[in-house]
Design a binder for this molecule. Structure first.
Ligand code: DQA
Length: 140
């Protein structure tokens, strides 16, 4: 059975409460419960969230040699973090970058990603469905 790690970066713990016009009204915890029910028999899922850059690096390193895939929404660190980019380059496990919003339809500072170039692919703009699309890609 495949092992997939979902990692969420800063402020994504506030999903459901935060800028709901952009990010929707469902919390990630509720969505994750549904995801586990639906994919129960096909995949071993793990979920981690941190607002702290170094903790995200630690988690990427921790799972980066043993899991089958990482689904990463690095939040605002996407646009700034060379440390997260280097962590992705350092590991063996493929990473799919995801975003709820279409970052390319938003402010210009969100058009730059430090991590896209070292990820397997990028899915943005489908709300929580972005995670489902990434998961399906790892499972197909
Ligand atoms: C985000 C987009 C980022 O620009 C932003 O900083 C976030 C969320 C998204 O999922 O759409 O925190 O990664």
């Amino acid at each position: 059975m495949k092992k997939i790690q979902i990692i969420n970066g800063p402020n994504l713990n506030l999903l459901g409460k935060r800028e709901t016009d952009i990010y929707g009204t469902e919390s990630f915890e509720d969505f994750y419960e549904d995801l586990k029910q639906i994919y129960n028999s096909d995949v071993q899922l793990a979920y981690y969230q941190s607002n702290v850059e170094g903790e995200l690096v630690n988690k990427i390193q921790e799972v980066g040699f043993s899991f089958d895939g990482i689904i990463l929404n690095a939040g605002a660190y996407t646009h700034t973090s060379i440390a997260i980019r280097d962590a992705i380059s350092a590991i063996k496990v493929p990473v799919i970058e995801v975003h709820l919003s279409n970052v390319y339809a938003r402010e210009e500072f969100r058009h730059q990603s430090m991590i896209s170039g070292v990820c397997k692919g990028l899915i943005a703009g489908f709300g929580l469905e972005s995670y489902v699309l990434a998961l399906d890609s790892f499972l197909s």
